[in-house]
Ligand binder design. Structure first.
Ligand code: GLN
Length: 203
């Protein structure tokens, strides 16, 4: 049984916990500094307002420990604002945040009409519902190791880089569980890799 921490400083974190619940995965909210030190198999950075979440991370001293966990291989999934927080560079913003994912993103860039829309499109080989809310997209991939998982209207909207997953859309707001299952699979791979390293050390 896995336990996933959901960053709960601001934004749509409850919906991620509900999704994990449906998949039989334990979760808890990361609100205070001490929460980031609880044992967890993965972490979700939800959608919301990236500038607000980025500022709060610094204010409560969680920025460095979070970055270190990701750098050390903890599986992380960033949705929308979460994707902006993980991006190595932001085209239309002088700030960057955790900067662990080698892509450039463009904020508030992706939308038809009012900036929010719904579509069905391909994610990792499967058509799923996608809800975009004042979403960013990936404007540039900065490493050959980035795997592109979704392209909608010619813009990259989901990608994986080693232990990190990002989507510009919000799967937690729809019924389909594919993206969360994909993330759980990353956790599974990560745990297998750790146990085989431990095994090699022991034999
Ligand atoms: N527009 C928000 C930002 O720039 C992201 C929106 C979202 O997470 N739905 O941070």
């Amino acid at each position: 049984m896995y336990t996933v921490g959901v960053l709960a400083l601001q934004g749509a974190f409850i919906e991620h916990r509900q999704m994990l619940d449906r998949l039989g995965v334990d979760s808890f909210e990361i609100r205070e500094l001490k929460d980031i030190h609880r044992p967890m198999d993965g972490i979700i950075i939800p959608g919301g307002e990236s500038t607000v979440i980025g500022r709060l991370l610094k204010t409560i001293g969680m920025f460095e420990p979070l970055k270190e966990l990701i750098d050390n291989g903890l599986p992380v999934y960033g949705t929308c604002a979460g994707m902006i927080l993980l991006a190595q560079s932001i085209d239309n913003d002088s700030r960057t945040h955790l900067a662990t994912f080698p892509v450039s993103v463009k904020r508030n860039a992706y939308g038809r009409q009012l900036g929010s829309f719904y579509t069905d499109d391909n994610f990792a080989g499967k058509v799923i519902p996608m809800t975009y809310i004042r979403a960013p997209y990936i404007s540039e991939v900065l490493s050959d190791d980035v795997e592109i998982l979704a392209v909608t209207d010619g813009n990259i909207t989901a990608a994986r880089y080693n232990n990190q997953l990002i989507t510009a859309f919000h799967p937690e707001l729809d019924d389909d569980t594919s993206v969360h299952e994909y993330f759980l699979n990353m956790i599974h791979e990560h745990n297998l890799a750790i146990s085989s390293q431990t095994y090699e050390k022991c034999v």
